[in-house]
Design a protein around this ligand. Structure first.
Ligand SMILES: O=C(O)CCC(=O)C(=O)O
Length: 296
């Protein structure tokens, strides 16, 4: 299936002003199950991560010969998608070793925003996710799903999704089914695309989405349905990051603190980082309520 058709798409509504009004911010969060922040992050910091991910793509021969790596132009003969394809695994393992990709999840603007939302210090999960979407692969756009299925732990876990670089609508950003968290946990079935699982979607759902600029962030509750929009460009790669946060006092499932995909260990990921880098194992400084993953 991948992406479902969206009959109603509303513009992204900037919630930045509500950061000065915590009660208003929480009210909108409870109603919509998502909040959008225009320019929350310094675009140069985000673009620096984009550069490092695209450098991996370049090293792997995934970019059009002679193009500027920062433009993210896909090699015309290469189409790879998230799977156990060794080319993908090799790429993804290199991305997970990028120190600044993990450091971005701890940016003070993100942490400060979640502290306002939660009314207590947040815990940033360390299972950070990078998505890279080639053009012409719309059968593999991320299907509609709820993150809670993958995360478990506290329902009050929120995902922050951000493009790594400008992401106009045709490049296929994130679409969020506004208010869908209020229907609770839905039946998840097998799907095609990142995550490999999907939930049913009401035909008349109200979605939000649009053009995202580098530095913009949309956050969504763990039960809010969302999907990746098709990359409709002829040749551009779409890059994005998903970082997750919850109130630090809530239970966290142990795998939320493991590297995404579990193809590498933290020791392997941290191999080339400075010995005393504070981004390494930052969560170990806190007394967390870590819970086991129950078999499904
Ligand atoms: O970027 C995407 O295509 C979807 C990301 C997403 O929904 C997720 O990781 O939960």
């Amino acid at each position: 299936m991948a992406m479902v058709d969206m009959k109603q798409i509303h513009a992204l509504e900037d919630a930045t002003d509500l950061l000065a009004d915590p009660a208003g911010l929480r009210r909108r969060a409870a109603e919509h199950g998502c909040l959008f922040f225009r320019g929350l992050l310094d675009p140069s910091r985000v673009n620096d991560v984009r550069w490092q991910v695209l450098t991996v793509c370049n090293d792997d021969g995934w970019l059009a010969p002679g193009s500027d790596p920062m433009d993210g132009v896909a090699h015309p003969d290469t189409r790879v998608y998230e799977s156990d394809d060794p080319r993908w695994q090799n790429f993804y393992n290199s991305v997970l070793c990028i120190r600044d990709f993990h450091a971005l999840a701890l940016d003070p603007a993100l942490i400060g925003m979640f502290e306002v939302l939660f009314g207590e210090p947040p815990l940033a999960h360390s299972r950070n996710i990078c998505r890279l979407v080639f053009p012409d692969l719309n059968t593999h756009s991320t299907p509609p799903h709820q993150d809670n299925y993958f995360i478990g732990g506290s329902d009050e876990t929120w995902t922050a999704w951000m493009p790594l670089g400008d992401c106009p609508e045709e490049l296929g950003g994130l679409a969020v089914n506004r208010g869908s968290h209020r229907h609770g946990m839905l039946e998840t079935t097998e799907g095609v695309g990142p995550g490999g699982r999907q939930v049913p979607v009401e035909d008349d759902s109200a979605w939000v989405g649009g053009d995202y600029a580098c530095g913009d962030v949309i956050i969504l509750h763990s039960l809010t349905i969302h999907q990746g929009r098709d990359n409709l460009t002829s040749d551009r790669l779409r890059l994005s990051a998903d970082y997750r946060y919850q109130p630090r006092s809530h239970p966290v499932r142990e795998d939320s603190l493991q590297p995404h995909m579990n193809w590498l260990t933290w020791e392997e990921i941290y191999g080339q980082w400075d010995g005393d880098d504070p981004v390494k194992y930052y969560w170990k400084a806190w007394d967390l309520d870590v819970v086991k993953r129950e078999p499904r």
